[in-house]
Write a protein that binds this ligand. Structure first.
Ligand code: PEP
Length: 258
């Protein structure tokens, strides 16, 4: 069985490499005893090389990737960063399909290409899904089902156990205007549903896929989500920018793991 996983999404923070190193080191120094929890930090691309040798306990993730699978991972694509480049610099995970990128126009078809390109170079995609709003008729289940089916279209069965699915209801994310809190029951019913969609599509190969929760999760509700949210880990955004809060979440996960 895979370890539980805590993934910090730093988004477009902090302002410079010095601050990034400080934050990263403050987390690293407090988690030397952690054994049962996998820890990932996803900084902006340009800080990866400055962070990569600072901790053996913390893996690095990217927040985006170029979606076309091109030979050698190089070419005339201004502003893009390929999966090969990320792999070569020491990145292990890539967040794909985050709602903040979907809001910039990224479609399920674009995300599908990114997932395939990430898997083809041996990186692990963290695929974000989640509805913008909850409607009374429970149409949000279909929203998430469509996201999963279209984003994973054509992904080989043998690779499916490598992926991580992050359920991130957009209405609970800290950057959402008029956001409100999700509770572990919301997470649990969606995690069960996500597992069913995956198993229907990929058979038992999907039974080991890690499903995690994100959406303003913090050190106060992390235990409740881990114990009652039906998930194998958490994806904090804002709380990952505070070394004390982020390490607290990691320690809570460690203490709750068997
Ligand atoms: C996120 O956007 O991935 C996220 C979970 O952010 P926050 O925890 O700040 O809501």
């Amino acid at each position: 069985m895979s370890k539980k996983i805590i993934i910090g999404n730093w988004k477009m923070n902090p302002i410079n490499l010095k601050e990034a190193v400080k934050l990263f080191k403050n987390v690293a120094k407090s988690i030397s005893h952690i054994k049962k929890t996998e820890i990932v930090v996803c900084p902006p691309f340009l800080y990866v090389s400055g962070l990569k040798n600072l901790s053996k306990k913390i893996s690095l993730g990217a927040q985006n990737v170029f979606g076309e699978n091109i030979p050698n991972g190089t070419g005339a694509f201004t502003g893009e960063v390929s999966g090969e480049m990320l792999y070569n610099i020491g990145v292990k995970y890539v967040i794909v399909g985050h709602s903040e990128r979907r809001a910039m126009g990224e479609s399920n078809a674009d995300i599908n290409k990114k997932i395939k390109s990430v898997l083809s170079v041996g990186l692990i995609p963290i695929i974000c899904v989640g509805e913008n709003l909850r409607d009374e008729n429970h149409g949000y289940f279909n929203v998430v089902k469509t996201q999963l089916e279209e984003c994973l279209n054509g992904v080989k069965k043998v690779l499916i156990s490598k992926i991580i699915v992050a359920y991130e209801p957009v209405w609970a994310i800290s950057s959402t205007v008029n956001r409100h809190d999700a509770n572990p029951e919301d997470s649990r019913e969606m995690a069960i549903f996500i597992r069913k969609v995956l198993v229907d599509k990929f058979d038992s190969e999907a039974s080991s896929v890690r499903i995690i929760y994100g959406g303003s999760v913090n050190e106060k509700d992390a235990l409740d989500f881990l114990q009652n949210g039906g998930v194998d880990g958490l994806l904090p955004g804002r709380a990952s920018l505070d070394a004390i809060k982020f390490t607290e979440i990691i320690k809570i996960c460690e203490a709750s793991s068997k």
